[in-house]
Design a protein around this ligand. Structure first.
Ligand code: NOJ
Ligand code: CA
Length: 566
């Protein structure tokens, strides 16, 4: 292990891997991405902020957030410094999976407002320089979607083949052993027409049949509808579920499954997930999106091992600009593990592919709960300084933690179907905490999920004026990222663990950045071979301090050091 972490001798990450690249290659975006004067697209330099609309801001007192509420709170997102907002689904929906069960892809659920509210939101966001990314849910519709109502009406209905229908086995049992993500068999018997339909998630979320060209065309038309309304891109939901094997093979058992894991993980989803044909569908989405201008962004949601994930950048044609990288969420918070992860991920990226990182979302326990409040600040520094587009989940910027949900207030169908395993997602979906007033300023009515007990201190209003708050840390880190091109678009160099300290470097031209993150509760010292200045500390108290020979880190402290070489 090397000891001089600010070495001028640059060691390129991933040097041993098959996809190793020279700094000059990473420095130079492909021609297709040259949309800004410096050659990098807005989404490469920018920060994405996720809004979960039910829980962001309620404007009409029904206890549920809405589009007008988001519009009223846009200034928070602008002040934070984010460049784009991804909004989880607000389409008409029976809300079996809180909007991820869509019954009309081209509308707005009255609970969230109207299309006019949506247009106003886009206009307000664009006036502020914020882009709007929609959540596109192509894998499944609601069972209340008119397409599915038609499809299940008879075997000869023209829309029968729009969904995945199969015969029972001779004994009447489902066609195979595939399991639904949210519990039970993935096959639901339809008494009226005497066949099973496939659902990767709830039975109220039948899978669309993407092998049918009419389905593909109808779904591309949905994207067209929103692109015409001015949206800047899509986060594409559950995209690795898009296509299933046509053969009724059973999925094999998963030898790594343990009691307490999600029951759906008992099987390796060999035939029901990540099928080759998926990439044709993604390429079609990309072609359509590109036809509206190359600054439209496509993010793919596919929770997969790194090697499989890389194909979502495109196989024979371009795929997603950013297949979501959830590996920080899944990895143990240990400096050697995270260093390895960064190197493995950087090393696996295809040429010209742009990385991205995520600490949390509406599906996973919050980062502050996973690793604790102090380390959550260190994680924020990692997210906002490592190479790749960061996505921030609403409330992360306040250090919001998971909220315990009393049994009588459980909402999430996953928790209801598979209780007691800690799979429920309500704890990370509780309302955004705006101020110390009633319901944290979220709603004048009874919120759909409880407000966290800590809201009097953990809220936007209190943290905005506290120069050392988590919000100030996020804001200052994002500002630094925007001011220091080496942090947004510089190459990545050598993530490594020096004892409990994770370090990595960034470089652009003659600008060098060192990031050092103390994962421990003890003071640490690491040697540095050339002086630099502290650009920011997670403690937000030392700036412009020169560091020579040795960098001294306080417990749970991260620092960013910069220097310009002649
Ligand atoms: C992933 C979404 O993020 C999650 O909330 C949803 O339940 C599933 N996809 C199904 O749409
Ligand atoms: Ca409302």
């Amino acid at each position: 292990m090397q000891s001089n972490v600010f070495s001028a001798q640059l060691r390129v990450q991933g040097g041993a891997g098959p996809a190793a690249r020279s700094p000059s290659l990473v420095d130079r975006p492909s021609p297709g991405r040259r949309t800004a004067a410096d050659g990098f697209s807005w989404w490469q330099k920018g920060v994405v902020y996720q809004v979960y609309p039910r829980s962001f801001q309620d404007s009409n007192g029904d206890g549920i957030g809405d589009l007008e509420g988001i519009r009223q709170r846009l200034d928070h997102i602008v002040d934070l410094g984010a460049d784009a907002v991804w909004i989880s689904p607000f389409y008409p929906s029976p809300m079996a999976d809180f909007g991820y069960d869509v019954s009309d892809y081209k509308g707005v659920d009255p609970m969230f407002g109207t299309l006019a509210d949506f247009d106003r939101l886009v206009a307000s966001a664009h006036r502020r320089g914020l882009r709007i990314i929609l959540d596109f849910v192509p894998n499944h519709s609601s069972d209340q979607h008119p397409w599915f109502i038609e499809s299940r009406s008879s075997r000869s209905n023209p829309k029968r083949d729009w969904y995945v229908w199969r015969d029972a086995r001779p004994d009447g049992s489902p066609p195979n052993n595939w399991l639904a993500e949210f519990g039970g068999s993935a096959w639901e018997w339809d008494e009226a027409t005497g066949q099973y339909y496939y659902h990767a998630f709830l039975k109220e979320q039948p899978d669309l049949n993407w092998r049918n060209p009419e389905v593909q065309e109808a779904m591309l038309d949905v994207m067209r509808f929103w692109l015409e309304r001015g949206v800047d891109g899509f986060r594409v939901d559950a995209v690795h579920h898009l296509v299933e094997s046509e053969e009724p093979h059973d999925n094999p058992p998963n030898p790594h499954w343990r009691a307490g894991d999600s029951p759906a993980r008992r099987l390796i989803r060999l035939y029901s997930l990540d099928q080759d044909e998926t990439h044709d569908a993604i390429a079609a989405m990309r072609r359509l999106s590109d036809s509206y201008g190359e600054d439209r962004l496509l993010i793919g949601e596919a929770s997969l091992p790194i090697e499989q994930l890389m194909r979502y950048y495109g196989v024979s044609e371009p795929g997603f600009h950013l297949p979501f990288n959830f590996h920080l969420i899944k990895s143990a918070w240990k400096p050697d593990v995270i260093a390895r992860l960064i190197e493995d991920y950087e090393g696996a990226l295809p040429d010209d592919a742009w990385p991205n990182w995520v600490l949390g979302n509406h599906d996973r326990p919050r980062v502050a709960t996973r690793i604790g409040a102090r380390q959550a600040r260190v994680a924020a520094m990692l997210l906002l300084t490592v190479r790749g587009t960061p996505t921030i989940y609403q409330g992360e910027e306040l250090g919001m933690a998971d909220v315990p949900i009393p049994p009588d207030r459980v909402q999430d169908p996953w928790e209801k179907n598979v209780p007691g395993l800690g799979l429920g997602r309500d704890p990370e979906r509780t309302p955004m905490q705006w101020d110390a007033s009633r319901n944290a300023g979220f709603s004048a009515g009874e919120p759909w999920l409880p407000i966290s007990a800590d809201y009097a201190d953990v809220n936007v209003s209190a943290q905005r004026t506290n120069p050392k708050s988590m919000l100030s840390l996020y804001r200052d880190l994002i500002r630094l990222r925007h001011e220091e091109p080496a942090l947004s678009v510089g190459i990545h160099l050598a993530a490594e663990a020096i004892g409990p300290v994770l370090t990595f470097r960034r470089q652009l031209g003659n600008r060098r950045i060192l990031v050092a993150l103390n994962f421990s509760r003890d003071r640490q010292e690491i040697p540095i071979n050339a002086p630099g200045e502290v650009l920011i500390s997670t403690h937000l108290d030392r700036i412009d301090v020169q560091v020579a020979d040795v960098l001294r880190l306080r417990p749970n402290e991260g620092v960013v050091i910069g220097k310009t070489v002649e």
